[in-house]
Design a protein around this ligand. Structure first.
Ligand code: IPM
Ligand code: MG
Length: 363
């Protein structure tokens, strides 16, 4: 089969980790007999440099016309980059928000899984880690605080900033359905995270999630307040299967979840619309401090590539092959700096890509 992928190398370490992921995908193509065709677009700081905006309409159209999108990272050093001397809607991250909205990517799936091999890099105590953990965060991605009305102006002589948090029942229902669907393929538990003791949007969230749950009698639904969830993630991570939550809470909780897997460099993510179309990107940022040094961990992006194979192309066997190749490289002791521990082999970004590609096999 032929697949058309839009690639967005972006800024910072983005180009390096996307390059390694394409290397792995090309090897999958070789071994399994597929052809992946890539079309590159600019987004983020590099697009600002070239076009004065973080995402052009043409770039968005190219992405729309493809089968899936692979993204590295966008953005630079906030305190130190000219990309941030402009209005917020012209900064690199605005490109990311625009493509999420423009492609209607409302469902952000972020798996957090502890590889046995990386247990040493996990900051939690052994007795807390127990048998490890394997959770998926289902984050709403096109609503809430990120997309509500916002402004900063003087009110009665006092500078005042306003951000609004809005959700309607349709937006809540469609992300809840995605969470329950995924739970049906896993351990059949959904923990819906909100702040219903304070926020109206959370109270509506709870009500709609409960309605959706009626269609999934086999799935156990629990509600958890977000502050409690932040605590439970480091106290008893094994209790989570699917976490369902709104945009901002999901942003924060997914960083926390990634850290307990050992490194944010391990966490992949898929952002999907109603169909099988998706944008696949690591959960981490552009790490400008190590950009261009061949030090970045490409695993989160490579695992995002595996999610692309599985969710957009229905290539389960191929996705398994990528995930197993990653596991094997870790089991053999190779580590980038972020997950390095004593006695292991220190690998560069491109070496990790080579090693993973070499281990792609058809079973
Ligand atoms: C993420 C990132 C983005 C977000 C930023 C870069 C706008 O933190 O994907 O989690 O907040 O969604
Ligand atoms: Mg984030």
């Amino acid at each position: 089969m032929n697949y058309h992928i839009t690639t967005i190398p972006g800024d910072g370490i983005g180009p390096e980790i996307v390059r390694e992921t394409c290397k792995v995908l090309n090897q999958v193509g070789q071994v399994f007999g597929h052809e992946f065709h890539y079309k590159e677009i600019l987004m983020g700081g590099c697009s600002i440099d070239a076009h004065g905006v973080p995402l052009t309409d043409e770039a968005l159209e190219t992405a729309k016309g493809s089968d899936a999108v692979l993204l590295g990272a966008v953005g630079g050093d906030v305190g130190n980059s000219r990309w941030y001397d402009v209005a917020p809607n012209l900064r690199p991250e605005a490109g990311l928000l625009a493509i999420r909205k423009g492609l209607n990517l409302f469902a952000n799936i972020r798996p957090a899984y502890l590889y046995e091999e990386l247990a040493q890099a996990c900051p939690l105590k052994k007795e807390i880690i127990g048998d490890g953990f394997d959770m998926v965060i289902m984050r709403e991605l096109t609503g809430g605080l990120y997309f509500g009305e916002r402004y900063t102006r003087e009110v009665d002589g006092v500078m005042t900033a306003v951000d609004t948090l809005t959700y309607n029942e349709k937006e809540i229902r469609r992300i809840a359905v995605k969470a329950f669907d995924i739970a049906m393929k896993r351990r059949k538990s959904v923990i819906s995270v909100d702040k219903a003791n304070v926020l109206d949007s959370s109270r509506l969230w709870r009500k709609v999630v409960e309605e959706v749950a009626k269609d999934y009698p086999q799935v156990k639904l629990t509600h958890m307040l977000v502050d409690n969830c932040a605590m439970q993630l480091v106290m008893n991570p094994g209790q989570f299967d699917v976490i369902l939550t709104e945009n901002m809470f999901g942003d924060i909780l997914s960083d926390e979840a990634s850290m307990i897997t050992g490194s944010i460099g391990m966490l992949s993510s898929a952002s999907m619309n109603e169909s099988k179309f998706g944008l696949y990107e690591p959960s981490h940022g552009s790490a400008p401090d190590i950009a261009g040094k061949n030090l970045a961990n490409p695993i989160a992006t490579i695992l995002s590539g595996a999610m692309m194979l599985r969710y957009s192309f229905d290539l389960d066997q191929e996705a398994d092959a990528v995930e197993q190749a990653v596991q094997q490289v870790l089991a053999e002791g190779y580590r980038t700096g972020d997950i390095y521990s004593q006695g292991r082999a220190r690998g560069s970004c491109s070496q990790m890509g080579d090693l993973i590609a070499e281990r792609i096999v058809k079973k």
